[in-house]
Design a protein around this ligand. Structure first.
Ligand code: UT7
Length: 329
């Protein structure tokens, strides 16, 4: 029996910095090559914000685009959820800054910290809060300025990440269209495989900790890769089961865009043909919490999916956290 949705997507939007950093640009920064990056990750370029331009700047742009797409205004928004690990500052929540920038005077606003899973964690929160609190319009944003915490001397990580924001406006489902299932999971035992250990209460900011680059991204790439494939497969299976949907019924799978090899490995496990899997990692790199909502907006606006399409979304990130969802657009 297919679940009746309680929340649906009314509009989508995205915003990315204009500046593009190519693999050739990175060859001038670290000992790497276009061939290595392309073969190991599928990435050709990423968008990078000018130093000092904060997340809220792009988040407000993506939010305005999603509001325009939904035919809604900032004043109508009851709740803003922003998935990010690179907010403007430690506090207040960047969602509050966005609230002010878009004039969402009636909204409550907070950030969600689930790294690359931030958008899908936020989707489950939005679904639950709409059901329990009777909200009418929720703005869900996933966004990162990862360039602000990349170690540009570390070739293991600096070639992977990009900046950007995606946003959706959600409202109560009117019929059979909407969010059919959401599944979220985490395992903190693996927290040290992908983390930024500095600048929190564990390693407060000090000259010594900054010299040790503790404020930047540290990753055991191979371990993360291994867990990503199995956990994404598990999450997608759970979300499909909950939705009562077979994988062959999906019109499009939107996986987290971290690495083309991870995307292909997940696709292979589900025997999905490549034309059913959305890929834009080549142009954006890994934008963490922004990757799924940016891809969702691109897929809609490119006509890959439309009203009625059945879409799967699946992600994996630091924590470890992982998540999936199935929606009928
Ligand atoms: O969004 C959250 C989730 N994050 C991810 O999903 C990322 C998961 N991990 C990955 O995508 C991959 O593990 C990476 C792309 C990070 C690395 O690919 P890999 O195939 O796992 O490479 P590796 O780490 O095993 O490194 C292979 C070799 C090493 O050299 P040796 O030890 O074999 O001599 C590295 O030093 O490649 C070297 N290497 C590089 N060479 C050129 C590492 N980075 C680079 C580089 N350019 N940028």
């Amino acid at each position: 029996m297919k679940k009746r949705p309680c929340i649906e997507i009314l509009g989508t939007g995205r915003a990315v910095p204009e500046r593009i950093l190519t693999n050739q640009d990175l060859e001038k920064l670290v000992d790497t090559s276009d061939e290595w990056i392309l073969a190991r990750t599928g990435i050709q370029q990423r968008h990078i914000a000018e130093p000092g331009v904060p997340l809220s700047f792009f988040a407000a742009q993506a939010a305005q685009a999603a509001l325009a797409d939904a035919g809604a205004s900032g004043e109508e928004i009851d709740l803003i959820i922003l998935g990010t690990v690179t907010g403007d500052s430690k506090f207040p929540a960047t969602a509050c800054v966005v609230q002010d920038l878009i004039g969402a005077k009636s909204a409550a606003a907070f950030d969600v910290s689930a790294a690359c899973s931030g958008f899908l964690y936020g989707l489950q929160l939005a679904e639950s809060m709409m059901a329990m609190q009777g909200y009418r319009r929720i703005l869900l944003i996933g966004g990162e300025i990862l360039s602000s915490m990349v170690n540009w001397k570390d070739r293991d990580t600096c070639v992977l990440f990009g900046d950007g924001v995606g946003a959706v406006v959600l409202g109560p489902a009117q019929g059979s269209h909407g969010v059919l299932s959401t599944y979220i999971k985490s395992d903190g035992a693996f927290r040290d495989f992908l983390h930024s250990p500095g600048c929190g209460s564990l390693n407060p900011p000090s000259h010594e900790n900054v010299d040790k680059m503790l404020h930047t991204i540290h990753m055991e790439g191979r371990e993360v890769f291994r867990h990503a494939v199995t956990s994404m497969a598990d999450a997608l299976n759970q979300a499909l089961d909950q939705a009562g949907v077979a994988v062959e019924e999906l019109d499009l799978l939107i996986p987290h865009q971290a690495n083309l090899r991870i995307i292909e490995a997940v696709g292979k496990r589900f025997r999905l043909s490549p034309d059913k899997i959305f890929v834009n990692v080549d142009r954006f790199g890994n934008t963490s919490a922004a990757s799924i909502p940016i891809a969702l907006d691109e897929a809609r606006k490119a006509g890959r999916i439309a009203s009625g399409s059945l879409v799967g979304m699946v992600t994996f990130g630091a924590g470890f956290t992982w998540a999936a969802a199935v929606i009928r657009l």
